[in-house]
Design a binder for this molecule. Sequence first.
Ligand code: XMP
Ligand code: MG
Length: 178
Amino acid sequence: MSVAMASTPVVLFTEQEIAKRVMEMGREIRDDLEDVRDVIVLCVLKGAVFFCTDLMRAMKLGAKLDFIQASSYGSGTESSGVVEFLKEPQVVMTGKTVLIVEDILDSGLTLRKIDDYVAARGAERILTAVFLDKPKARKVPFQADYVGFEIEPHFVVGYGLDHAEAHRDCPEIRILPG
Ligand code: XMP
Ligand code: MG
């Protein structure tokens, strides 16, 4: 963590709170999906990587893993509103249960577009797990099936979330100093 981040007072969630909540989410998903064959986890690059690897180890479902990368932010803190795919998954989704794992649900534009994409690839059932949700920031309606924590519409960093690629490795979730 940089000196500037270490002196930032606003820690929203500590490492311990994050670990506890991710473990709870993993158990809940495991209870819901343990009878489903061939679960595919679709991790949204890059931010969700940290959450996704922790969540999969808590789920213990033997799920397959693939990645999708969507971009709508550039290096700013405001969504451009235009979502583009920078990487598409290779895994076959036809007839499968796909769990999309995302770091944060904000305007809803990214998950709306990914959900539509996964449906077009033939998934039978689509579920979404997000670590953070900013329900007040929605521009299109979207409800995740599994939510770690609901937060106010602050711009947050840490646990995979970045500002211009910085702070992903911060183990806490912090509000980006204004
Ligand atoms: P939308 O608006 O499409 O946004 O729901 C989802 C994507 O936007 C990024 N995002 C954030 N990244 N701190 C971040 O580091 C935030 O507070 C934040 N809010 C949105 C994120 O990449 C997410 O995938
Ligand atoms: Mg993201």
